[in-house]
Design a protein around this ligand. Structure first.
Ligand SMILES: C[S@@+](CC[C@H](N)C(=O)[O-])C[C@H]1O[C@@H](n2cnc3c(N)ncnc32)[C@H](O)[C@@H]1O
Length: 333
């Protein structure tokens, strides 16, 4: 695979992504860029989508039968492919998608995505452009590239056309806070399904949380750590393969399937102290720092220490101290 990757071009792309190039032209036109991106950055984004889809499905989200899906700002189409793979895993032969739309400002990107979907994807009709009818939208890693006007146009498009959306961004401050604005904008029109554990206003917008951001950590497949290709990627790009912070938001016109008031979502990484773990959780419309004492909760302490915990659980606390913490009943995972 490494022979097909143009590392110099990827370094240029990375500079572009890290820069402040909002609203500029088509960077996919340089030969080999789409293939090189798809073999590298897009794979990492796909691992984030795998994580996000597991979380969305854990929240019992389903795609309404026959609703069209649109990957907006598709690039090489990794969001759409990952979404369809996860959905096929959950629904088997009854994949509820018939029409799939690919949208990007770049014609080269849309054509590439279409050829990949038609070659490797399930049996569906692939269209270029935005859907004329209501659809479910997938949006991935575009927020930092949109000018304020373009961002507003996307919001308007979602307002008029979206049955719902899953929007995935890097787990960094700026993109995550942009998703918070999206949440705030749509609350009242659409219901938050994930990562939000309730239909409250986002507590991250409280004045004392201005420097905080809602993010989670996806896991790359374990094989990656033994793979010389990914070792080369990490070295050349200066990327830590272990770290895959992600921010996401799934909203839908339907009410969330889970509505237990003790639902909570853990955020960021737990902090380990000698006799306790400290976790941050979104719970009942507030961000809470919760202590898990080792003595009273040895199993939970151990699970959090090893990172073996579900991001969403049923939790009770009192005065910031854990009282109980349970997996969701009948969890499909
Ligand atoms: C970083 S890439 C992400 C591609 C893909 N969604 C992914 O997650 O791998 C951003 C994509 O957004 C597209 N894009 C940027 N500005 C856009 C706009 N105003 N309208 C539509 N697409 C845009 C770019 O052409 C590019 O394909």
């Amino acid at each position: 695979m490494s022979e097909t990757v143009n590392w110099d071009r990827l370094l240029e792309l990375r500079e572009y992504f890290l820069g402040n190039a909002r609203g500029e032209g088509d960077y996919w036109l340089v030969d080999g860029t789409l293939d090189s991106y798809d073999a590298t950055f897009a794979q990492r984004i796909g691992w984030k989508w795998d994580f996000v889809m597991a979380e969305v499905l854990r929240a019992r989200w389903t795609l309404p039968e026959g609703v069209a899906v649109c990957d907006w700002g598709c690039g090489t189409g990794i969001a759409g492919r990952s979404f369809l793979t996860a959905l096929a895993g959950a629904t088997g032969e009854n994949l509820p998608v018939r029409d799939f739309y690919l949208h990007d400002r770049s014609m080269a990107a849309m054509q590439y995505s279409r050829s990949r979907l038609e070659k490797d994807g399930p049996d569906l009709t692939v269209h270029i452009g935005t859907p004329p009818q209501k659809a479910f939208f997938l949006i991935s890693h575009v927020a930092t590239e949109l000018s304020p006007d373009q961002f507003q146009s996307l919001i308007q498009l979602l307002e008029t056309r979206a049955e719902g959306f899953i929007w995935v961004e890097p787990g960094a401050y700026g993109p995550s806070r942009a998703l918070l604005q999206v949440h705030r904008h749509f609350l009242g029109q659409l219901f938050p399904w994930a990562p939000c554990p309730g239909i409250f206003a986002c507590p991250m917008q409280a004045a004392d949380r201005w420097d905080d951001w809602c993010h989670q950590f996806a896991q790359p497949p374990v094989e990656v750590f033994q793979d010389p290709f990914w070792a080369a990627f990490a070295e050349i790009m200066g990327v830590d393969l272990r770290s895959l912070p992600v921010s996401f938001l799934c909203m839908d016109r339907r009410k969330p399937a889970l509505n237990d008031p003790s639902l909570c979502r853990f955020l960021g990484r737990p902090h380990r102290l000698k006799y306790q773990m400290e976790v941050t959780a979104c719970h009942q419309g507030a961000i809470k720092d919760i202590v898990i004492p080792k003595r009273s909760f040895p199993d939970q302490y151990k699970a959090f220490k090893k990172g073996h915990f579900s991001n969403m659980m049923l939790l009770e606390e009192s005065g910031g101290i854990l009282q109980s913490c349970k997996e969701l009943p009948d969890s499909p995972f």
